[in-house]
Design a binder for this molecule. Sequence first.
Ligand SMILES: [Mg+2]
Length: 321
Amino acid sequence: MASEFDLIARHFTPATLPPEAGVALGVGDDCALLAPRPGQRLAVSVDTSVAEVHFPAAAPAEAVGHRALAVSLSDLAAVGAETRWCLMALSMAEPDEAWLADFARGFHALCAATGTALVGGDVTGGELAIGVTVMGEVPPELALTRSGASAGELIAVTGALGGGAGGLALWQRGERDLAHPLLARYLRPQPRLAAGLALRGLATAAIDISDGLLADLEHVLEASGVGARLEPSALPLAEGLVAALGDDAACRAALAGGDDYELLVTLPAARLTTARQRLADVGLALSVIGEVNEAPGIAGVDASSVRGWQHFGARTPRRRP
Ligand SMILES: [Mg+2]
């Protein structure tokens, strides 16, 4: 049986990194030695993806590798950080070389696409789970946080919503074609790193939508000490969502489905045009979906129907893909 060191050497040692990667010492020693650039804050986040909780165990390994890194990078996007480095810890019942090779292919491809250097790894026996720590940089005055929203500002989201829940629903119905736009959104989410950078200096608060729009908006409202009114008819629904789920379920998926990995931001109306231009430059739409106000809570949505979805719809299947 291959040792942990063999597996890491074979699958998780990236190609030689250029000097600008800021890696003085990478995979293979007790620690990596990294060189953050002067004047930057280090932005650090970790997420664990557990089979049958966060992704289906039968999902293609390449997609699992992509997804495990993508969900962590999404948190860097939410603070407006530039991604730089990551660490990956994987546990699996038995070393499966073919699965690991596919997993590593998906992981390394997203590393390359985003400019993230893998600087350390750990492979161990256990339930199939992947923990990914990401590190990025952001100038201190430009970091986007959850606490900066003010009454009177707009609430806006990047891209489209509901695709994560829609893709999960399709997977549970037996759809396996990763080219399907909803399944792609669920299993191969694209972290909105470019959007986070584009919204530096424009957004007053930001969060990535991992748990569902309402749940994540609530985090922003609580941290900022404000409330909100949403306009559900303004929600940008993912391509194919209404066709797959029907109108009502599509709207609930967009409000509470989770796993969308879009950014939710607040910003003054006077900055909207500039923000939309910058996002258009990176190929994304920015949709205004409501307004920040002083009344606590979220107005404009039928909370009872959404709560039902959260309990019986989105939450439960997320744990049983
Ligand atoms: Mg987050």
